[in-house]
Design a protein around this ligand. Sequence first.
Ligand SMILES: Cc1cc2nc3c(=O)[nH]c(=O)nc-3n(C[C@H](O)[C@H](O)[C@H](O)COP(=O)(O)OP(=O)(O)OC[C@H]3O[C@@H](n4cnc5c(N)ncnc54)[C@H](O)[C@@H]3O)c2cc1C
Length: 265
Amino acid sequence: MYAFNYHRPSSVAEAVKLLKSSPDGRCLAGGMSLIPTMKHRLASAADLVDLNGIKELAYIKRDGDALVFGALARHVEIADSADVKKSIPALAALAASVGDPQVRNRGTFCGSLCFADPAADCPAGLVGLNGTVLTDKRRIAADKFFNGLYETTLEKGEIVIGISFPIPEKAGWAKFANLASRFAIAAVMVAKTGGEVRVAVTGAKASVFRVPEMEAALAKNFSAAALDGIKVSSTDMNNDLHGDPDYRAHLVGVMAKRAVQTAMG
Ligand SMILES: Cc1cc2nc3c(=O)[nH]c(=O)nc-3n(C[C@H](O)[C@H](O)[C@H](O)COP(=O)(O)OP(=O)(O)OC[C@H]3O[C@@H](n4cnc5c(N)ncnc54)[C@H](O)[C@@H]3O)c2cc1C
């Protein structure tokens, strides 16, 4: 690990100031992705700004027609939250499917979004449920947040402070996980919100993506049968030891149907 300065601010304002004054500062949330990457010297930071002392970021709440949580909401808290289970059970299911208990106890939904791992579950949750990323300076729509493999549209030093989700009428999550890492080989979040249907896929390409043909079919008829005959193209799908593009394209179809069935209860 390269040497770094460690900071533990107690407010967002203090964290922003620390990041602004550093040539190469990074936030630390659960550390589940950042610390191993730093240990392998694949990432470095002159200053590590630990968000864990900022109490205002640790919350999950229902706020009118939205479910909102802070940057320190951990996977286990989202999975176990009565508010999440009641308003968006598919999001609780997604959080419960992340990694193992150790990862869920430390890792945060927002940290996962910021890391933008192509096999992570949270990006599909954000895009499928049409969430909004709240930062220290703006609101970023789900479709504008990711910028490819491990890339987001966050600016240097910008801090994600939370996420807001509209409450869907129906939503379902289905994941085909790598049995060793629990990361997705292909996973799908399907949601119907205010008449709009979204189908967001993770694990299958370099970044989360939507499937417009499925969305159009489900908007007309929200049932698994509506997806019969829709072939997902294998172009640009990941090709690794866990599955080739054709296998992944097939999995997306199967997971999408399962997600719809889950959404239908
Ligand atoms: C063994 C293992 C299995 C896993 N399995 C899965 C899985 O099945 N599914 C899955 O989705 N994930 C999985 N993960 C990843 C896990 O979900 C992590 O929690 C997540 O990727 C990162 O969250 P974190 O809070 O630990 O972030 P950190 O590691 O602390 O940070 C990750 C990156 O985000 C930045 N960052 C963090 N928070 C903020 C913020 N608020 N504002 C701006 N930047 C920020 C950091 O600077 C860093 O670049 C796994 C990880 C491990 C180690």
